[in-house]
Design a protein. Sequence first.
Length: 266
Amino acid sequence: MDISVIIPTYNRAGTIERAIRSVMEQTYPVSEIIVVDDGSVDDTEQVVLGINDNRIIYLKQKENKGNAAARNIGVQSARYDMIAFHDSDDEWRRNKIQKQVEYYETHINCRFVYTEYVKHFLSYDMVIPDPEVNGKKEGRMLDELLYQNTVGAPTILMDKSLFKEVKGFDENMKNLVDWDFAIRISQKTDIGFLPEVLVDVAVSTDAVTSDRSGYYLSRCYMLRKYRDDYLATGTFNDTVESIMVMAYEDGVLEQVKNMLLQYISS
């Protein structure tokens, strides 16, 4: 099985080599590693070009357009029918791809499989999806994914044809891009799952996910985008409530209320 790996990056000169090497050292070798530099102004280019591996393809973008656009550009350049996504500040465990290929070989109709991953915070670790929490983690997952996301992009191995069917990542979004993508995948097909941590994610203070205002904008955007699905699955009210509870805890309840009303009424 030939696999193209897509790695978007932006100003990650300090971590990109570690991420790439975790792909290079897989027990099941990938066929190409496409690094999409999303307009970095640090030494990312020199670091990537200094790695000696003829599987690496470096694509430099003139301006920063966000990781959704960078991933889409990477897939457009991919030569192979299977694609995997990685992030430039994360690491794959050495047997990640091998485990997923073995899953594919025993699930002949599978077009998408993800795995558990661990977020490393300063004082604790968090495994996602939580192995101790009951809930749907594979198969038809639309109801579950509308309410909460368990799929991290760096854990995904999938058919490129499926990626094209869902029209890739939504470039209108700067936050929660993985979540939006997983919802659209779940509208198309069953989702495969490996209950094993195969990706390590270091949570940095400047990560996109730390942008709270962007987070709420994206939640409201998704609520409008998938309104029919939320209503059909009976998850609309629960989702609104969860957003409100989080906004209250963050001290931005009134702002988020107004934002929700604007999106829902438009």
